[in-house]
Design a protein around this ligand. Structure first.
Ligand SMILES: Nc1nc2c(ncn2[C@@H]2O[C@H](COP(=O)(O)OP(=O)(O)O)[C@@H](O)[C@H]2O)c(=O)[nH]1
Ligand SMILES: [Mg+2]
Length: 450
């Protein structure tokens, strides 16, 4: 996502990074390139113009002109302006004072509404909420089926009305109203209403969503938009917002080769916060939208915070303490090593993870990172017996040969793994000493080295 924009901004900044000072000439040149990068990314013309004017103002400031590192000054100014453009601060979902919280999801057909409803249900569940999803896209039986399938996958109840023949009820407003009543009755604290979209903004569709809004009085209206549709996304957002006065925007398909213009223009044109970004078809491919993190990604500064959060999802505190104890007492064995590897793998593809580390972002893009980088290590540990995993020192020559054979590798590979493992253990011992007694090691520190 934003790859082209990132590259072009990088190129625009490269020239000025080499310069000793910021001067009128290189400001003008850089700003021209930055503006072109934004326009190429399909950013709204006025937005791009305002953006460059503001950055120019900041860097022309006398103090900045004296600065020793103009490249950094530019990066900072552009970063700050991007953060501002993306909405400045993260805005959470609204919550009803008295449950259930009603969330209405609207947008054009194919924008990703139904998928998002499934993702949001999973997201809320992970936060301890108990959502009910409502199938108010009543025109195609397949739409109801789709939501039912997604709901089953995330193990959340779905509310729909069908007749004896299985044909969905045609009155979307009734479905929405009864879903809210059902949530009250069954003690679900959140209702997610999936609605029908059309290919284009049309009156009948708007009237229906407006009627659902009137009837259910939602705490949160989310407008879902396909980021790949560029400037159209901004126009559609405007149309929906005019009718519905939405609370937030959800950008989908940011995983594709979207040029990013929608993400960058929507906030300032519609003046509503982007609350979520959807980045894939899988149900866990949803992230809360944080302007600063997104700006850092665009500028290839990595996304440490997301990285750390991903790590925290995988490692709970109790387990971290157990590990810490093992490091201290040197009980950490190959089985533990194997388990930790699995967790790191669960955090996402290796390339994605590397991309979140500052300074690495751009570099890994070219690399053909093998997602199976751990495959050898895994295969070797898998072909060891539990005894051998717990006692790597007992792996003599014949055992090593057997393990290598079992993994389809060479004895050198076993030797290399054992050497790496010994070195890691040594390092962990030192680290756990540094951590001091009684304090749990934060596993993310191991990963980020912070
Ligand atoms: N690549 C990608 N595909 C998505 C994303 N969100 C939804 N889709 C796909 O887009 C298509 C339309 O999604 P759907 O949820 O049915 O859209 P709706 O008509 O608005 O309900 C489906 O094939 C989804 O799998 C996303 O974030 N990334
Ligand atoms: Mg749908």
């Amino acid at each position: 996502m934003f790859d082209t924009l990132s590259d072009k901004l990088d190129a625009a900044l490269k020239n000025v990074k080499g310069e000793g000072r910021i001067n009128e000439l290189n400001i003008a040149e850089t700003m021209r390139e930055v503006r072109r990068a934004l326009l190429d990314a399909d950013v709204n013309y006025q937005v791009a113009k305002d953006f460059t004017n503001k950055v120019k103002e900041t860097v022309t400031d006398e103090k900045v002109l004296q600065a020793v590192n103009p490249g950094q000054q530019f990066v900072k100014a552009i970063h700050d302006e991007l953060v501002y453009l993306l909405g400045d601060v993260h805005v959470d979902l609204n919550k009803a004072k008295k449950p259930p919280t009603v969330i209405l999801v609207a947008g054009l057909q194919g924008a990703g509404k139904t998928t998002f409803v499934g993702k949001l249900a999973l997201f809320l569940k992970a936060k301890g909420r108990s959502p009910l999803v409502a199938a108010a896209d009543v025109y195609r039986p397949a739409a109801v089926d789709q939501l039912e399938t997604l709901a089953a996958q995330v193990k959340v109840p779905v509310f729909s009305i069908r007749d004896a023949a299985g044909v969905p009820e045609k009155d979307a407003v009734r479905v929405a109203r009864e879903a809210v009543a059902e949530a009250k009755r069954t003690g679900r604290d959140t209702v997610l209403i999936d609605t029908a979209g059309r290919l284009h903004v049309d009156e009948a569709m708007m009237e229906e969503v407006v009627a659902i809004k009137r009837e259910t009085d939602p705490d949160e209206i989310l407008f879902v938009v396909d980021a790949m549709t560029g400037q159209d996304a901004v126009n559609t957002a405007k149309a929906f917002n005019d009718q519905l006065d939405v609370d937030g925007v959800v950008l989908t398909k940011l995983d594709g080769d979207t040029r990013g213009g929608a993400a960058l223009s929507i906030r300032s044109v519609v003046e509503k916060p982007i609350k979520f970004a959807s980045m894939g078809e899988k149900l866990d491919a949803l992230t809360e939208f944080y302007p600063d993190r997104m700006a850092q990604r665009i500028l290839g500064m990595g996304d440490v915070v997301s990285f750390v959060e991903k790590a925290q999802e995988q490692f709970d505190e109790e387990e971290a303490e157990k590990l810490q104890r093992k490091f201290r007492t040197q009980d950490f064995d190959l089985q533990d090593f194997y388990d930790q590897l699995q967790k790191i793998k669960n955090m996402g593809s290796l390339k994605d993870l590397l991309g979140m580390i500052p300074g690495v972002g751009r570099a890994v893009k070219e690399l053909d990172v093998d997602d199976d980088a751990f495959r050898h290590i895994e295969a070797l540990i898998q072909s060891m017996t539990p005894f051998e995993r717990a006692n790597p020192d007992k792996l003599n020559g014949s055992r090593r040969r057997r393990v290598a054979q079992g993994a389809g590798l060479e004895v050198q590979d076993v030797n290399a793994l054992l050497k790496q493992f010994r070195e890691m253990k040594k390092m962990m011992k030192t680290m756990s000493k540094l951590q001091g007694k009684g304090r749990a090691v934060d596993p993310t520190q191991l990963l980020t080295g912070r």
